[in-house]
Design a protein around this ligand. Structure first.
Ligand code: AMP
Length: 281
């Protein structure tokens, strides 16, 4: 696996890779969910490039940027073992040299839910992905459904700004007890880890209640009652899968979304409800 750390190295490296080129942006601390995302990219593209960059622009001042787990050597081994063709691992100065001031704001789709709790988060995400797309110039961008609002934000940016890239969304990879795999699961204590799958169960209960004809308020109550008593619910909602706007009934496709605190760790999760009623995790 070839590695680039500067933008010039990255351009030369990615230009030489066989097309179609699939690209998977990550913040590292790679887990089995990331590896499944890579597998999907490898099935769909002739070569696959991955970036590992903990993007300071998408963290708020009181968030976990400093303590976000970083282990580039372990990530490099994981990616090489998975057969990834190229890794782009820039440092912050390479991505944001002195004087960097531009940002990409996609508007309302990034202002609700995670955008309320994390006001500059999606501007940071859109800005870094815009820059990465210009450097990597992939044919296909692979994103995890785990971060459903992020998929809507990035699809909007790509459509509005005419980025010449296709987008593939890969279903969420879960632990055997239903917990969505996430680098932040490492923050959970043993007790919190045992309770954390209740977020997934709450979403399943909400989806089932809606399918039975319950109102959104009733379904929301059921979700909150299913969540572990140790957890603090943040939101449960049903949103349009494209605009991420709340909807009363799943006019499909939709996401049933939820967020909750388990101690100091805030987890998000969602279920996709598709028009043909095939529902994926
Ligand atoms: P991150 O490193 O957390 O920024 O994630 C990098 C990419 O992996 C994003 O597109 C995420 O949505 C995706 N991802 C993270 N966790 C999972 C998971 N459990 N299943 C599928 N994709 C995931």
């Amino acid at each position: 696996m070839q590695i680039a750390t500067t933008l010039a190295e990255a351009r030369a490296l990615f230009d030489a890779l066989p097309r179609p080129l699939g690209f998977v942006p990550t913040m590292g601390a790679l887990h089995a969910g990331h590896v499944q995302l890579l597998r999907s990219a490898q099935r769909g593209s002739a070569s696959v490039a991955v970036s590992v960059f903990v993007n300071p622009l998408q963290f708020g001042p009181s968030e976990d940027y400093a303590k976000y787990p970083r282990d580039l050597e372990a990530d490099r081994r994981t990616l090489a073992q998975a057969g990834v063709d190229a890794l782009f691992a820039p440092d912050t100065a390479a991505m944001y040299p002195p004087g960097f001031t531009t940002s990409v704001d996609v508007g309302p789709v990034g202002a609700t839910f995670e955008g309320v709790v994390r006001p500059h988060h999606f501007r940071g995400v859109a800005t870094v992905v815009a820059k990465l797309l210009h450097v990597v110039r992939p044919d296909v961008l692979y994103l995890g459904q785990k971060d459903a609002q992020q998929t809507c934000v990035l699809r909007k940016m790509i459509a509005d700004l005419e980025f010449p890239v296709a987008v593939e969304i890969v279903p969420t990879i879960r632990e055997s007890d239903g917990l969505a795999m996430s680098s932040r699961n490492a923050y959970l204590s043993a007790e919190q880890r045992a309770e954390a799958p209740s977020l997934y169960r709450a979403l399943v209960a909400m989806r089932e209640a809606l399918a039975r004809g319950a109102s959104k308020a009733e379904a929301n109550d059921i979700a909150r009652a299913t969540l572990s008593r140790l957890a603090m619910p943040d939101y449960f909602e049903v949103v349009d899968a494209e605009s991420f706007e709340p909807i009363e009934r799943p006019a499909l496709p939709a996401f049933v979304i939820g967020a909750a605190h388990f101690g100091a760790t805030r987890l998000i999760d969602n279920l996709y409800v598709a028009p043909d009623r095939r529902e994926t995790a």
